[in-house]
Design a protein. Structure first.
Length: 385
C-alpha cells in the first residue's frame, strides 16, 4: 500500500510538472523581452505612436488622429510595442478605412492587439454617432432601465456587438455598471441603467450577453462605482463618501453579477473612498480595492484595466513617472491612455529593472492578457489542422 501511494504521488507530480512545462502561454512569456511584456500592459490611442505629436495633441479628442500605420509608426513601435489600442472618432474616417486600420493594428506584431472602443449606446457611441456611419442609434441606458425590457437590453448588446465585430473591434467599454444613486452626478447619470442596484445588475448583464453573442467582450465600468459622486473624475479629484457596507449593498452589486457571469474585463474608477481606505487614494491606485477586495474577496480572475490615466483625477495629482507604477503595484493589469505613453512605458521598465516592481507581478498580468488573447485569437495556432 505504501509503495502504491508513493507511485500515485510520483505520477501526480510528473503530470503537474509536465502540464506546467507544456502551458503554451507561460512558455511564450518566458521567451518575451521585458519591453515586450511591459507593452502588453498598455492600451493607448494609435496617435501615441506618432512621435511627432505632443502629448496634448495625442490627447485632443478632435485633431491629429492617426488613421493608418506608416513606416515611421512601425519604427517607433519596435521600441515601444504597445499591446492594445483604443479608437476614437478622430481615428476613423469611413467604414472602409476602419476595417483596413483595425486589421493593421491587429497585425503590428505576432501577438495580436486588442482593439477597444467606447460604444455604450446613447451619448457615448464612437461609431453610431459618427457622421460617416449609418448605424442603429439607441437612447441612453436610463431609458432602457426605466422600461425594464430585458429583451431590448439583449438586443442592444447584440446590435452593438454585431457592428463592432464587423468593423474589427474586440472589446467594448460597456456596459456601464454604475448605479445612478446620486442625482447630482455630472458624468454618469443617464448612462447608467438604474438607481436600483439589482435592476442595474440584471440589465447590464443582458447587454453583456448580447455583446458576447456577437463575439465582442464587454468591459464592466467603473469599479467599485462612480454613481454616487458630485464631481467628474475627468476634471479633478472625485470622491464617494459611502462606507464599505454601503458599497456592498449598492455599488458592488452589478460587479458581483459580472463576476458570476465570468466578466473578462473590469475598468477601475478614479474615485477616492475615504470612509473605506481612510485616505484620498483613487480606487485605480488602491491595493485595497484592486487586490484585497476585487481579487481576493470578490474572487475576480479576469483583466483589470484602469480608466483613462490622462484624466485629471490622476494626471493632476500624480506624475507620469509614478501613476502607472502605483496602478501596477495595486494589482491593475492594463494601463489605459497614459498622458505620455513613452514616459510612462520607460518608467515601468525602469521600475522593474530597479526591483521597485517585481517582474513576477508583470508576468501575472501578461499571463492574464495573453491567456485571453489566445482564447480570442488563437495566435499560438494551437489545435489547428
Amino acid at each position: 500500500m505504501r509503495k502504491f501511494s508513493f507511485l500515485l504521488l510520483l505520477s501526480a507530480y510528473i503530470c503537474l510538472s509536465f502540464s506546467a512545462v507544456k502551458d503554451p502561454v507561460s512558455l511564450y512569456i518566458s521567451k518575451m523581452s521585458l519591453r515586450e511584456k511591459v507593452g502588453q500592459l498598455y492600451v493607448i490611442r494609435p496617435d501615441a505612436l506618432n512621435k511627432k505629436l505632443t502629448s496634448e495633441e495625442v490627447n485632443n479628442h478632435n485633431n491629429n488622429g492617426v488613421t493608418e500605420i506608416t513606416s515611421d509608426i512601425k519604427k517607433f513601435y519596435e521600441k515601444y510595442p504597445a499591446g492594445n489600442f483604443v479608437l476614437f472618432g478622430k481615428n476613423i474616417t469611413d467604414p472602409n478605412q476602419l476595417q483596413i486600420f483595425s486589421d493593421e493594428l491587429h497585425n503590428l506584431s505576432q501577438i495580436p492587439s486588442l482593439l477597444f472602443i467606447d460604444e455604450e449606446g446613447g451619448s457615448v457611441s464612437r461609431l453610431a454617432n459618427h457622421e460617416a456611419f449609418v448605424l442603429p442609434r439607441f437612447r441612453n441606458m436610463k431609458e432602457l432601465g426605466d422600461r425594464g425590457d430585458e429583451l431590448q437590453a439583449l438586443r442592444v448588446g447584440q446590435t452593438i456587438g454585431s457592428y463592432l465585430n464587423f468593423y474589427g473591434l474586440d472589446v467594448d467599454f460597456a456596459p456601464v455598471c454604475d448605479v445612478n444613486s446620486n442625482p447630482e452626478n455630472p458624468i454618469i447619470g443617464p448612462r447608467a441603467f438604474s438607481s436600483n442596484p439589482s435592476h442595474a445588475a440584471f440589465l447590464s448583464m443582458k447587454v453583456l450577453q448580447g455583446l458576447r453573442d456577437e463575439n465582442i467582450e464587454g468591459c464592466l465600468k467603473h469599479f467599485p462605482g462612480h454613481g454616487d459622486t458630485r464631481t467628474d473624475s475627468h476634471k479633478g479629484y472625485t470622491e464617494c463618501l459611502k462606507t464599505l457596507e454601503e458599497l456592498r449593498n449598492c455599488e458592488l452589486v452589478p460587479f458581483i453579477a459580472g463576476i458570476e457571469n465570468d466578466a473578462q474585463f473590469i475598468m477601475t474608477a478614479h474615485v477616492a473612498y475615504p470612509n473605506v481606505t481612510k485616505d484620498n487614494t483613487p480606487a485605480t491606485l488602491s491595493t485595497y480595492f484592486i487586490t484585497d477586495l476585487l481579487r481576493n474577496e470578490m474572487g475576480y480572475k479576469g483583466i483589470i484595466i484602469t480608466d483613462a490615466m490622462n484624466m485629471d483625477a490622476i494626471a493632476k495629482y500624480y506624475s507620469e513617472d509614478t501613476a502607472a507604477i502605483l496602478a501596477i503595484q495595486a494589482g491593475v493589469d492594463m494601463i489605459l491612455m497614459p498622458n505620455d505613453f513613452q514616459k510612462s512605458f520607460d518608467s515601468v521598465v525602469k521600475a522593474v529593472k530597479s526591483k521597485k516592481i517585481k517582474e513576477k507581478r508583470i508576468d501575472e498580468s501578461v499571463y492574464r492578457i495573453l491567456q485571453y488573447k489566445q482564447k480570442h485569437f488563437n495566435f499560438l495556432n494551437l489545435n489547428r489542422e
